[in-house]
Design a protein around this ligand. Structure first.
Ligand code: GDP
Ligand code: MG
Length: 756
């Protein structure tokens, strides 16, 4: 089977093209030895099937990043039958820089002039035929986003793959033309493959090249010594880069015909950017967008309508019982719910109804109490509790994907770069972090785009502090229960402030890591800001389905299994042959009680006595998957006594609050612990893949961070509710430790200044 490789700059549309070409045949792996994604798939619409490889996005073929090394070695060693060089036509000149390098390799090559839709929309024109004539390579205008021109592209590539092509260099007109040419002739005489490419790289003193061709170095140096360095200097790398740019400017600038000749002309995208990336307003606007996003997803009082106007509840209107009322109550009951909450309510109604039917069915079969308990409390309670959240989480993910696909997230990284830098990471690290709001697994994989190892470690550690979709139920459930049981506070406000607290923990720990174990220079942040565009519905759906699939699969495997185990552990004692026991005597209770003292500084440990271990158990099961926390509460409350289930686990948790006597500070600390502790199994496994053995330190880091932040929140919150010696002691201790560590780190850094 013929093998085609897609090569191009980051963000030029490689992945979009790859997906359009290969569809469902695509699969992802790793390049040997490095954590860079390797994507392969098959294009089936030619006379024979063709294998397509999506190379990592690169700006050049120099060996500075793992991506560059992977792409370069693939083209040189695997010798694809054709390289499809994708160019972002809206950034023609910059993209052609890589083209001039690939051209030097002896490999058939075609150019996919992508984003032609955007060029046309701006009213600009690119003469592809003219480009083709000047480059001497096939140039095919396409739009990967709209799947336009891609079949023609593949046909031309297939055609080109039939004849070998010798490398050519555009440097022939530049000052070092003779030097390169002499080296090339020497290499050809030695029968070296790709002599043009290697000649240029040798002159450039490229690390890998110098290593591989030690035998002819002396000759290169000899040639170089005859070089007129009086005029040109001897920084060959910049001389060559310069030669490429001169060539590109001279030959290709005329190919792009701008509609408006004025170079200062602003596109719509630029105008939007004047506002969205404004020096002062950029950040407040971003925070407002973030707030709006969470408000749309979580608010029980949408737009404050229930507060602004006093509207009658359904009871006051006198709506009768029945399915009609149930449906109405999903949308309105004295307050209008936000779209996310409406989705939640509808799904909750559905799962509650289905569970009711299933347990009714089992009961009518004359099942014993034992079986009934197992079915309704062990299986249904946990699963439906978690499934109810699926539509709401999908909604949040949809909003996030829209921000990402329109190009706004790239801007956010850009505006936050200046601030992030103060804390010790570049703005680039912000993209994986913000992806953490969706799910830590893809977020951690995304850290592969970070060139710096230390930055990568810090980012992976901070990602779980960005509250992911699976933690949402814990947050809204406990916040709702606080508001309901204590009849104080607003659940929305608790939810938002916990999100913000997660961000604060991320910032504080990054500063701490950056000034201790992860000291170093912060790499400069260069990023192309793609023009804004409407997200494509298809791409959005692929994105979403990927995530939902993952979540639903988890519900029916790991979460189902955990709820069943929890049910058994909470209904049987160590002497399980004696049959069902009261929950206080269960295995779970004895395990929980064993661990309970550890959580005393967080307010849900020994001070709760009696049933206090329930919070401990919920937190521990959460280490498998965060959805388990709510599923555990549901199962435990079902064993505790009859409670009107539903409403995001709020009533269940309220029952447990009543039975344990936990305080508000304890509950807040409980939320904080769950939000900042070791994330789910899947994330830990991903972190292990990215960090290797360092993952153990990372796990320890998460554990310590969550214990500390939980204890601090508990101590400070207690000061507001009730003065106790304990809270004062911990708070004072915390301030002393904080001040002391800042002083110590400063001193240390002064004694051991950073080395480059
Ligand atoms: P990669 O980094 O090279 O893999 O680039 P992606 O495929 O991720 O694309 C980067 C961005 O460009 C995404 O937001 C795409 O939706 C967008 N994009 C890709 N192809 C086109 C196109 O033909 N037209 C337009 N307008 N946008 C495109
Ligand atoms: Mg890509």
């Amino acid at each position: 089977m013929k093998n085609f490789a897609l090569a191009g700059n980051p963000n030029c549309g490689k992945t979009t093209l790859f997906n359009a070409l290969t569809g469902s045949t695509a699969h992802v792996g790793n390049w040997p030895g490095v954590t860079v994604d390797k994507k392969e798939g098959v294009y089936k619409k030619l006379e024979e099937n063709v294998n397509v490889v999506d190379l990592p996005g690169i700006y050049s073929l120099s060996p500075y990043t793992p991506e560059e090394v992977v792409a370069r070695n693939y083209i040189l060693d695997e010798k694809p039958d054709c390289v499809i060089n994708i160019i972002d036509a809206t950034n023609l000149e910059r993209n052609l820089y890589l083209t001039t390098q690939i051209m030097e390799i002896d490999v058939p090559m075609v150019i996919a002039l992508n984003m032609m839709d955007a060029v046309e929309k701006a009213g600009d024109k690119i003469d592809a035929k003219d480009l083709e004539a000047r480059l001497g390579l096939p140039v095919i205008p396409i739009s990967a986003l709209r799947s336009e021109g891609i079949h023609e592209l593949m046909e031309r590539a297939y055609e080109s793959a039939k004849t070998p092509r010798a490398g050519v260099t555009v440097l022939e007109e530049s000052a070092i033309k003779h030097l390169v040419w002499d080296v090339k002739i020497a290499l050809s005489a030695q029968k070296v493959e790709n002599p043009v490419f290697h000649a240029v790289k040798l002159v450039e003193e490229d690390e890998l090249e110098v290593e591989a061709h030690k035998d002819i170095l002396h000759m290169v140096d000899e040639f170089k010594s005859t070089f007129d360095d009086e005029i040109f200097g001897t920084d060959f790398e910049s001389l060559i880069a310069d030669g490429r740019y001169k060539y590109i400017t001279k030959n290709f600038s005329p190919a792009l015909k701008r509609k408006n000749k004025n170079p200062l002309r602003m596109t719509t995208s630029d105008k939007v950017d004047r506002v969205l990336t404004h020096k002062i307003w950029g950040i407040p606007i971003f925070l407002a967008i973030l707030f709006a996003m969470f408000h749309l997803t979580f608010s029980e009082n949408f737009l404050g309508i229930g507060t602004l106007f006093s509207l009658p509840t359904l009871d006051e209107i006198g709506v009768g019982e029945g399915i009609g009322r149930d449906l109405l109550a999903c949308v309105y009951d004295g307050v209008i719910y936000s779209p996310g909450v409406i989705l939640f309510n509808l799904m909750d109604l559905l799962t509650a109804t289905l569970s009711g039917w299933i347990s009714g069915g089992v009961m009518s079969l004359g099942a014993s109490d034992w079986v009934m308990g197992f079915v309704s409390d062990g299986v249904l309670a946990g699963i439906s509790g978690v499934l109810s959240f699926v539509p709401q989480i999908v909604f949040l993910l949809l909003l996030l994907s829209i921000l990402e696909d329109t190009g706004y997230m790239a801007r956010v990284a850009f505006i936050l770069d200046r601030i992030c830098r103060k804390f010790g990471v570049s703005g680039r690290a912000f993209i994986p972090m913000i992806m953490g709001f969706g799910c830590s697994v893809p977020a951690m994989i995304n850290t592969r785009t970070l060139a710096d190892e230390k930055e990568k470690v810090m980012t992976i550690r901070a990602i779980p502090f960005f509250t992911c979709g699976a933690k949402v139920p814990v947050l809204t459930g406990v916040a709702g229960a606080i508001a309901m049981f204590f009849n104080t506070g607003n659940a929305d406000i608790i939810t938002y402030s916990m999100y913000v607290l997660g961000l604060v923990v991320a910032v504080v720990t990054i500063i701490a890591m950056h000034s201790t174990t992860q000291r170093g220079e912060i790499t400069p942040f260069i990023m192309e800001l793609p023009a804004y565009h409407l997200p494509s519905g298809r791409a959005l759906m692929i994105h979403l389905w990927d995530k939902v699939k993952h979540y639903v699969k988890k519900v029916f495997t790991i979460i189902l299994a955990s709820t069943i185990v929890i049910w058994f552990l909470s209904n049987f004692s160590w002497a399980f042959w004696n049959g069902l026991v009261a929950i206080e005597d269960s295995i779970l209770a004895s395990l929980g009680k064993l661990l309970q003292p550890i959580f005393t500084p967080l307010g849900f440990g020994s001070q709760l006595g009696g049933l206090g271990w329930m919070f401990v158990v919920a937190a521990i099961t959460g280490l498998i998957a965060k959805e388990n926390v709510i599923a555990t509460f549901a199962a435990l409350s079902a064993v505790l006594g009859s409670v009107v289930a539903s409403e995001s686990g709020v009533t269940e948790i309220a029952l447990i609050i009543a039975k344990t006597g936990i305080t508000i500070p304890g509950l807040l600390a409980f939320i904080v612990f769950n939000m900042t502790t070791i994330p789910c199994f899947a994330s830990v496994a991903t972190a292990k893949g990215e960090l290797g053995r360092r993952v153990w330190w990372t796990i320890l880091f998460w554990m310590v961070t969550s214990m500390c932040s939980g204890a601090v929140v508990y101590a400070f919150a207690t000061m507001f509710t009730e003065w106790s010696t304990w809270s004062i002691l911990v708070s004072v201790l915390f301030v002393i430790v904080a001040v002391l560590s800042v002083v110590l780190v400063r001193r240390y850094n002064k004694l051991h200044p950073k080395k480059r």
